[in-house]
Design a protein around this ligand. Structure first.
Ligand code: ADP
Ligand code: MG
Length: 365
């Protein structure tokens, strides 16, 4: 299976004008759902470019529709032990955060809150159906990558080390060393934790006189299913990437330029990785940024969904075109869907089980 790439064109906001809208969704055949994005050639407006995606959602798509079509079907796979990664890519102001986090009103909730509640619902069902044989633990980690440094968003700001947290490869996966992980046995606590961390993120950005659209945020939801001595672990990652605009074209102060360089670099490395993979190159430059190491596009054995967010405004023309170019190439990336291995829990040797008595095994389901 390849990376699934879908585009979402946000509606115009109250102050935006219909005549400035230049990006449209289109179908290959009448009656078919849209899979094409059309945009004029900036050098010759009578000409139109067409980009093909697995699916294209226009301004009328609700949060619920997007979740139901693109994310909900993979929750089952997650519980089968397959890792699932969903990431939003696009220019600042195109709806990445709206898509991933969304608003507080029920209908406005984005992918993350819906995914959390869907995971909890399934976990409860599995525990109930197994009549207590299987326990499911759900925990989250949440961090941001800012200037190529990793910061834990579940820890208080005062505890932040200026250098950030290091990465390490373990079992073919990239881990953040020293990252905190919080387990919650109900949805409400977990959502509370997430919202608190979001506040942390905003405060950190304000203190640094920065903007959160300049960092990548990564939420990881780890599902651990234990049946007897068998443990199955899988992770869903929801990533809100920094804005993909080319800051060389915007008027940035000196300080901003240092930031932009690091942000641009990781997004530039991402586009290079996508190109290298779609060309079939042996060498993929993953290691050149922390974000690409973590994302490991095409290297992780799971399901990956890339959501390209688009605003149809003329003022975004060149940046929109470049984001369309990058993401339409990402479709060619193959991902192997492999279940994580079941691990046998080590039973600690205590006085009661060290005397050669074999522990009664729970029946496996
Ligand atoms: P980004 O995270 O890509 O910078 P935001 O998610 O902050 O962009 O979206 C920019 C603005 O557009 C926000 O005011 C947001 O509420 C609005 N917006 C984005 N997508 C939608 C949508 N699908 N429906 C309604 N409003 C949207
Ligand atoms: Mg945002």
């Amino acid at each position: 299976m390849s990376v699934r790439v879908v585009a979402r064109i946000r509606p115009l906001l109250p102050k935006e004008l219909e005549r400035d809208a230049i990006v449209t969704a289109a179908s290959t055949d009448d009656g078919k759902p849209p899979t094409l994005v059309k945009i004029p050639n900036p050098k010759n407006e009578s000409e139109e470019f067409s980009f093909a995606f697995n699916s294209v959602y226009d301004h009328s798509t609700t949060q619920e529709q997007l979740f139901t079509a693109e994310v909900a079907p993979h929750v089952k796979a997650l519980f089968q032990g397959i890792d699932v990664t969903i990431f939003a890519y696009g220019v600042t102001g195109t709806g990445k955060t709206h898509t991933m986090r969304g608003g507080l009103k029920l209908a406005d909730r984005g992918v993350i809150p819906r995914l959390l509640s869907s995971i909890y619902r399934r976990a409860k069902k599995i525990m109930k159906d197994s009549e207590g044989q299987t326990t499911v633990d759900v925990s989250i980690s949440y961090y941001e990558i800012y200037n190529d440094k990793v910061f834990d968003l579940l820890e208080p700001l005062e505890k932040r080390l200026p250098a950030g947290l290091p990465l390490r490869e373990k079992d073919g996966k990239t881990m953040v060393v020293g990252l905190s992980e919080r387990s919650c046995d109900n949805l409400k606590d977990l959502e509370g934790l997430y919202l608190h961390a979001e506040k942390n993120r905003a405060t950190a950005a304000t203190k640094l006189n920065a903007h959160s659209s300049r960092s990548h945020s990564v939420l990881q939801i780890k599902v651990t299913q234990t049946t007897g001595d068998q443990v199955k672990t899988s992770t869903a990652s929801a990533i809100d990437l920094a804005g993909s605009e080319d800051n060389r074209r915007t008027d940035n102060g000196k300080e901003r330029l240092v930031e932009s360089a690091a942000i641009n670099k990781s997004l530039f490395v991402l586009s290079q990785c996508i190109d290298a993979i779609s060309r079939g190159d042996k060498r993929i430059p993953y290691r050149e940024s922390k974000m690409t190491r973590i994302l490991s596009l095409g290297q992780n054995n799971g399901i990956t969904i890339m959501i390209l967010n688009l605003a149809s405004l003329r003022s975004y023309h060149l940046d929109t075109l470049s984001s369309l170019n990058v993401s339409s190439r990402a479709k060619r990336i193959e991902v192997r869907e492999i279940e994580n291995e079941v691990v046998f829990k080590q039973v600690p040797r205590t006085a009661s089980n060290s005397g050669g008595l074999s522990m009664a095994r729970q029946p496996l389901r």
